[in-house]
Design a protein around this ligand. Structure first.
Ligand SMILES: O=C(O)[C@H](O)[C@@H](O)[C@H](O)[C@H](O)COP(=O)(O)O
Length: 242
């Protein structure tokens, strides 16, 4: 895999604008090429970056298929529910058909919700052993986690399941459903967005560190794909090689 591409904006607002432009360009080329755009989104600050920027763009929203790189296993009316944040912040705003976004079912147990979600996901990628997303949009926590894949967790070693439950997430809430590396590293393009000086240390460790135990975000290395980092000046402030 080629080295990650790093794009630095002066503020988080500029990161949001540049990131959304990139997402729209990806969608445009995927829709032109295949008639569909498959994208995975994450929670946390990424919700703000995408929902503040994407609604102002023109695209054929009917051709989008939005999945979740991870989701908290909480009811839809819980403020922690990532799906509900995108439903109100993007889907309803742009008039996207609600059937084009695929939530995790909070009424099932976390294990059954993961199985149910994988079935829904595979229905959009018929005939493929491991679905290949056009784009995965990721965040990274201060400990280097991404999706709901946390340092030292046995899920980092998952080699067969593409979607897995987790019930001991160190980042609350504890119960979640997450993509695993087999599907993440089969994507065409994985994009991280991180802003703020609080992320500077972990960004430097992930992008320039040579730690023998790779941090979860550093393990995102699509076999036939690219990794792009959208950072603001604060998050990039400790990088030496840019
Ligand atoms: O739902 C979640 O909790 C996320 O998917 C999680 O992986 C998030 O992306 C990181 O924790 C970074 O979050 P921030 O960008 O808000 O620090």
């Amino acid at each position: 895999m080629a080295a990650p591409i790093i794009r630095v904006g002066s503020t988080d607002k500029e990161v949001s604008k540049d990131l959304c432009q990139f997402v729209i360009d990806k969608a445009t080329s995927s829709i032109k090429e295949k008639g569909i755009f498959t994208v995975g989104v994450s929670g946390g600050s990424l919700v703000k970056y995408l929902c503040n920027g994407l609604p102002s763009f023109t695209t054929d929203w009917t051709k989008w298929r939005i999945f979740f790189c991870d989701e908290r296993h909480v009811s839809y009316d819980n403020s922690e529910c990532t799906y509900s944040l995108y439903k109100t912040g993007l889907v309803d705003k742009v008039g996207m058909p609600p059937e084009n976004i695929f939530p995790i079912n909070p009424d099932l147990s976390v294990e059954d919700a993961a199985v149910d979600y994988e079935k829904k996901l595979r229905s959009v990628f018929p005939g493929t052993d491991i679905p290949r997303f056009d784009l995965l949009l990721l965040g990274m926590g201060p400990d280097g986690h991404t999706c709901s894949l946390f340092p030292g967790h046995q899920l980092l070693e998952e080699k067969t399941r593409i979607i897995s439950p987790i019930s001991d997430s160190p980042k609350p809430p504890p119960a979640r459903v997450t993509m695993t590396y087999p599907i993440i590293n089969n994507s065409s393009c994985a994009v991280f967005a991180s802003c703020g000086e609080g992320k500077a240390d972990i960004v430097q460790r992930v992008l320039e560190g040579n730690e023998d135990v790779l941090l979860p975000a550093a393990r995102v290395r699509p076999t036939n794909g690219e990794v792009i980092w959208y950072l603001d000046k604060g998050a990039a402030s400790k990088l030496k090689n840019i």
